[in-house]
Design a protein around this ligand. Structure first.
Ligand SMILES: Nc1ncnc2c1ncn2[C@@H]1O[C@H](COP(=O)(O)OP(=O)(O)O)[C@@H](O)[C@H]1O
Ligand SMILES: [Mg+2]
Length: 294
């Protein structure tokens, strides 16, 4: 198959400034639900815990995580849980059938499928997370409490996705965030799990490279650096390339943003070199940072 890899259109982008919204990590509704433990919540928790697709992971979910899922069901983002898609170092991703609110957000008639990314509070590597949060103007004042750090992280991922979309970068549409859980558009048009760029045979790497470097530039122009970009965090969605996993993305103000950008450029250029292309890390970095686009 020869893919066309069309770029998505851009909207007006604000210049990268200091207009970042502050991130609130006060006690969430999910925490309150977990504390209250009324009958309806207890039944929900039991049902989910007993469901086949959660068997393995149920032990690592705390009550407040179940409460976050419960709240997302009540708010119409999730109707029914599907199966696990991925179990990562810090988060599990599940497919689910979205509810009415999810359909509204995506502006579709039928309930859409959604991806639910659940960060495991206990499994998360907090020292790693702190390194990305410290120096980000949005996270001044976040303490060392595990729960607050993870919560800040998930909100950051949501804010980064929103920002990237506005800047004309194709990312999953973020729908809701509740405590340590993020709901977003489910990628993958065929049955089965969406394929990463690392898993497909790329017929026309030149076009794919042009799209990815343009997304890197748009992201940079919008004041963000992905920070973990490689063929593992780009998904093939029909004819589109979609950038995922923006939790660690930092603003250009971050003291390590340049280092992260250089690493991203290296990973991306190295992938396309393996596809037989003659691209250098330096050329890519120059393309991304050189503001000659307008
Ligand atoms: N919106 C989505 N739609 C479909 N699959 C997804 C989505 N987000 C993540 N995934 C799947 O889950 C995997 C892990 O997600 P990712 O956000 O990269 O988390 P991690 O931090 O564990 O790498 C991805 O490689 C992809 O296979
Ligand atoms: Mg990933």
């Amino acid at each position: 198959m020869t893919e066309s890899f069309e770029l998505v259109d851009t909207e007006d982008v604000d210049s990268p400034g200091d207009e970042w919204e502050e991130i609130d990590v006060a006690d969430t509704e999910a925490d309150r639900i977990a504390r209250r433990r009324d009958r309806e919540f207890s039944e929900f928790r039991k049902r989910i815990k007993d469901a086949d697709q959660f068997k393995v992971e149920a032990s690592v979910f705390d009550d407040a995580t179940f409460a976050a899922l419960y709240k997302l069901v009540q708010d119409g983002y999730i109707d029914a849980f599907g199966g696990p898609i991925s179990t990562g170092k810090e988060a599990n991703v599940y497919s689910a059938l979205g509810g009415e609110t999810a359909a509204d957000v995506l502006d579709v008639d039928d309930n859409p499928e959604v991806a639910v990314k659940v960060y495991r509070i206990n499994a998360s590597d907090f020292r790693d997370m702190r390194g990305y949060l410290d120096g980000d103007p949005r996270f001044e004042g976040i303490g060392h409490d595990k729960k607050q750090i993870v919560q800040a992280w998930v909100r950051k991922e949501f804010a980064n996705l929103t920002r990237a979309r506005k800047a004309g970068v194709r990312v999953p549409e973020p729908m809701a965030v509740e405590r340590n859980v993020l709901v977003m558009e489910l990628l993958g048009l065929d049955t089965g799990r969406a394929k990463r760029l690392s898993e497909v045979h790329v017929e026309n790497p030149e076009t794919a490279y042009e799209v990815i470097r343009e997304y890197m530039r748009r992201l940079y122009d919008a004041g963000l650096v992905h920070g973990d970009l490689s063929e593992y965090n780009v998904i093939l969605h029909g004819e589109e390339l979609v950038v995922i996993d923006l939790g660690q993305a930092v603003t250009v103000h971050h003291p390590n943003s340049r280092e992260f950008l250089e690493r991203d450029c290296h990973n991306v250029a190295a992938f396309f070199r393996r596809q037989g292309m003659d691209v250098t890390d330096e050329d890519l970095l120059a393309f991304v940072t050189d503001d000659t686009s307008d």
